[in-house]
Design a protein around this ligand. Structure first.
Ligand code: NOJ
Length: 502
């Protein structure tokens, strides 16, 4: 793979708790992931991004990190993680891990030391009283009091105390953490809440000094070569967003504007044009993301009357037409795969899993649910353990009872059932990723004028992608259809369908 493998890579996101369980305790783990590496290779991906795998009390699914240099025992051991990285590399698959620099865990050695010794509090934001009226992003106040009367800041759950990035020790610690994992073969980091690290008295998002952190991190990454830094940067202002992608900062960042788009030709075209206009002048590759572990599964979202995504869960449980959602999710997948840059596939997206919206409340684990007083159902519905095989739960996930229950109806969606069905979502992803690898990836596109309700463009290789978002079938341009998300009749591309032509 080339030095700049990340520019056009298809990156598969593994939410480890829900991927595959190797030891029968009902929670996904490294043993399960290692056993399923051939599946991922066969799917045709270039890299795996794993959500945090560090020791954690799991107050926020592992985004409350107690030790940045270890592996959560439920997931396995450091030795297993090293073997996993080696096995992935043997298959020519890169490994990206998650780093969480904005906050740590109340179970981290630093926080325990801070609690025990008020003189050791400068690695966090402690104060005699709350310094502002900030609300936690998960709901409720962002300051929590400790037994001796002081308060500490947590932008997320109280179990996730924010780190103080004005303290040079925090900088040294994270540079060392990067090296720790680069030395063990990690090919890159996905940086959690990347724009939030620096705080002033009145603001915490996107303050200029955050760029000093990433300039330094880039130097560290460059010492190793071929390593990638990927920012989780939710910023509507594209000029500010682009600053993170300057040549001496992060390599890429997730495209949340595209992810949040409605299934609407004007909105999607706007987002694609904006993305290209933002990335092209600075030479950074765009990224295309339809889902992740924080957002509603596309099959459900695209079947609703309002197909956009916004945090807060307001659309949760609103009616969704599964057939329509499925058709659009297929069309969206081929559209995203054909766009220039890198692509993210969240586990289960390739199986067309829907959001599970009827989880019993008492099983919900996401802190968003409890902290919003139940107003926000949280993100558990997109984190249900994967169905691999068989006719009933746990569908080959592992021998134990999965940590979140799987719907009975998923028997039709197992990887095994889809493997032999040529028209399945799994086979659409396999074929799409295989063609993408040969004909697409990094580069540019040229729009074709096929009408306002059609997104059509040609890529450098000559492959043309046409998505019909209108009501009526449209004639396809000249060429041979090499892949389509739905049936094509008499040369007409139906509504909510994408075709690739050469
Ligand atoms: C973004 C992560 O994707 C999300 O899952 C997590 O809850 C927050 N950051 C806090 O770490």
């Amino acid at each position: 793979m080339s030095q700049t493998w990340w520019r056009g890579a298809a990156i598969y996101q593994v939410y480890l708790r829900s991927f595959a369980d190797g030891n029968g305790d009902g929670v996904g783990d490294l043993a399960g992931l290692r056993a399923r590496l051939p599946y991922l290779k066969d799917l045709g991906i270039d890299a795996i991004w794993l959500n945090p795998w560090y020791p954690s009390p799991m107050a926020d699914g592992g985004y409350d990190v107690a030790d940045y240099r270890g592996i959560e025992p439920v997931f396995g051991t450091l030795g297993e993680a090293e073997r996993f990285i080696q096995e992935a590399h043997d298959l020519d698959v890169k490994v990206i891990i998650d780093v969480v620099p904005n906050h740590s865990s109340t179970e981290s050695a630093w926080f325990k030391e801070a609690l025990a010794n008020p003189a050791a509090r400068d690695r966090f934001w402690f104060a005699d009283e709350p310094l502002n009226d900030w609300q936690s992003i998960f709901g409720g106040p962002a300051w929590t009091q400790v037994p001796d009367g002081q308060w500490y800041l947590h932008l997320f759950a109280p179990e996730q105390p924010d780190l103080n990035w004005t303290n040079p020790e925090v900088h040294r610690e994270f540079e060392d953490v990067l090296r720790f994992w680069f030395d063990r073969g990690a090919d890159g980091f996905r940086i959690d809440s990347a724009a939030l690290l620096i705080k002033s008295d009145t603001a915490y998002e996107d303050l200029d000094a955050v760029h000093d952190v990433y300039r330094r991190w880039r130097e560290v990454a460059d010492e190793y070569g071929e390593r990638v830094l990927i920012g989780e940067v939710w910023l509507p202002d594209q000029e500010r967003f682009a600053l993170y992608l300057r040549p001496d900062e992060l390599h890429t960042a997730f495209n949340f504007d595209f992810l949040s788009c409605a299934w609407d030709p004007a909105d999607l075209r706007r987002s694609i044009d904006l993305t290209l206009a933002t990335h092209t002048p600075i030479g950074a590759p765009p990224t295309w993301v339809l889902s992740n572990h924080d957002v509603t599964r596309p099959v459900t979202r695209y079947g609703r009357a309002d197909t956009s995504f916004a945090h807060g869960g307001a659309l949760h449980g609103t009616p969704s037409d599964p057939e329509l959602g499925h058709r659009r999710a297929r069309a969206a997948a081929l559209l995203a795969m054909a766009l220039p840059g890198s692509l993210y596939v969240y586990q289960g997206e390739e199986l067309g899993l829907p959001e599970v919206e009827d989880l019993p409340d008492e099983l919900r684990q996401d802190p968003m649910y409890a902290r919003s007083g139940g107003a926000n159902p949280g993100r558990d519905g997109c984190r249900i353990p994967l169905p691999w095989s068989g006719e009933e739960p746990p569908f080959g996930f592992g021998d134990g009872t999965p940590w979140l229950p799987q719907p009975e109806s998923w028997r039709k969606l197992t990887a095994e059932a889809q493997r032999t069905d040529l028209g399945s979502m799994l086979n659409l992803y396999r074929k799409g990723l295989e063609l993408r690898r040969r004909l697409l990836g990094d580069g540019t596109l040229a729009w074709l004028p096929l009408g306002e309700e059609v997104l059509a463009f040609t890529r450098d290789s000559g492959l043309t992608c046409v998505t019909n978002l209108g009501q009526d079938p449209i004639p396809l341009p000249a060429g041979t259809v090499v892949l389509a998300s739905g049936p094509i009749e008499d040369g007409l591309l139906p509504s909510d369908t994408t075709a690739w032509l050469t």
